[in-house]
Design a protein around this ligand. Structure first.
Ligand code: P6P
Length: 339
């Protein structure tokens, strides 16, 4: 059935209409965000042409400094978001400290955390990468500058979260707590059009995504789980397929649509894994749960973890509900055995 011609803006307004108490601030915030991602998408999609377009190393044909793409994305997000009057504070993967709203700008009631360009090390290989964002209501007094505490709320307090994947097409996937919806950017006229309404992820998948190069560092329970997926013991059972792009947004987006599990575990070298809680795992967990999936650190529901620092890392097991429940069981049994 042909999708109705629904733009992201129209969709956000219709979602908002379902909440009479809504002031429209969240809608304008999401709208400003979508604008920033269109600018980033333009730059990401011409990155491969840098040498051809006359960029000489660190300067472009206008003599402007050519920035690393993730720094460009970081600065674009700040430029697009710091004057809309909807935010009291921001935090970015690219900035150690919290990012205050400029003094002469109105301070709003929301908090934005983001990874401006996750997976950017892949860009030279033309691999899909993405922007991830997470939005909270402030907890500090209205009208005052936002604080670190505003940025350290449990994931379950998020009011909206989403990602934009810059791949064969640019697509924004977001949730405001009422389902997950995907919009594909039509570059012809720069609109995000609803292409994946109300995304639901399969309860069990047939794909697992993990960097198997780290096998020797894994804990025994995880090793047993991966062998279980490879159906080592059951000659008649079809094994899961291994799919790992090495770009979190791309791996999770594929598993969201097809089903499956993405894992970046703790291991003997990194007790907290590699990925960040506040602007990678929590927003992805909100989205996956809203799509009927599950996300944890192997023990605790991801959205229930109490953050202690903006850039803290966490192990992450995320995707189809039954797959995540199964790996949690393997990890729990191993813990009991070794306890
Ligand atoms: P590894 C990309 O650098 C990233 O932050 C995520 O997007 C991705 O899932 C992960 O790291 C890949 O890490 O150690 O497997 O290369």
């Amino acid at each position: 059935m042909k999708q109705s011609f629904m733009t992201l803006q129209r969709h956000i307004i219709e979602e908002e209409r379902r909440h009479p108490e809504a002031t429209g601030e969240l809608s304008s915030l999401l709208w400003d965000l979508s604008l920033a991602t269109k600018v980033i998408s333009l730059e990401v999609n011409k990155a491969g042409l840098v040498d051809i377009l006359g960029f000489t190393g660190d300067e472009n044909i206008h003599g402007e400094k050519v920035k690393k793409l993730d720094m460009f994305a970081h600065e674009t997000m700040i430029k697009a978001m710091d004057h809309g009057g909807h935010l009291c504070v921001m935090a970015s993967e690219e900035e150690d400290d919290i990012i205050h709203i400029p003094k002469n700008k109105r301070i709003g009631k929301y908090v934005l955390l983001f990874d401006p360009l996750d997976g950017s090390s892949n860009i030279d290989a033309n691999v899909s990468i993405g922007t991830i964002f997470s939005i909270y209501r402030r907890i500090s007094p209205n009208g005052t500058p936002g604080t670190v505490e505003d940025c350290l709320q449990k994931g379950v307090e998020q009011v909206a979260a989403g990602y934009v994947i810059y791949g064969s097409s640019t697509m924004m996937v977001y949730t405001a707590g009422e389902g997950v919806h995907g919009f594909t950017l039509d570059p012809a006229f720069g609109e995000y059009l609803l292409s994946h309404p109300n995304i639901k992820t399969p309860k069990r998948g047939k794909i697992y995504s993990i960097n198997e190069g780290n096998y020797k560092y894994w804990h025994p329970g995880l090793k047993k789980y991966i062998k279980f997926l490879q159906k080592d013991e059951d000659p008649n059972e079809k094994p899961y397929s291994a799919r790992y792009i090495g770009s979190m947004v791309a791996d999770i987006h594929r598993n969201l649509l097809y089903g499956g599990i993405f894992i970046y575990p703790e291991d003997i070298r990194h007790p907290n894994g590699k990925l960040r809680l506040m602007y990678e795992c929590n927003p992805m967990a909100f989205i996956v749960e809203q799509a009927g999936g599950r996300a944890s650190d192997g023990k605790i529901r991801m959205l229930e973890k109490q953050p202690t620092s903006i850039h803290q890392r966490t192990p992450v097991y995320i995707g189809s509900e039954e797959d995540v429940l199964t790996v949690e069981k393997f990890l729990h049994e191993e813990e009991n055995v070794t306890a």
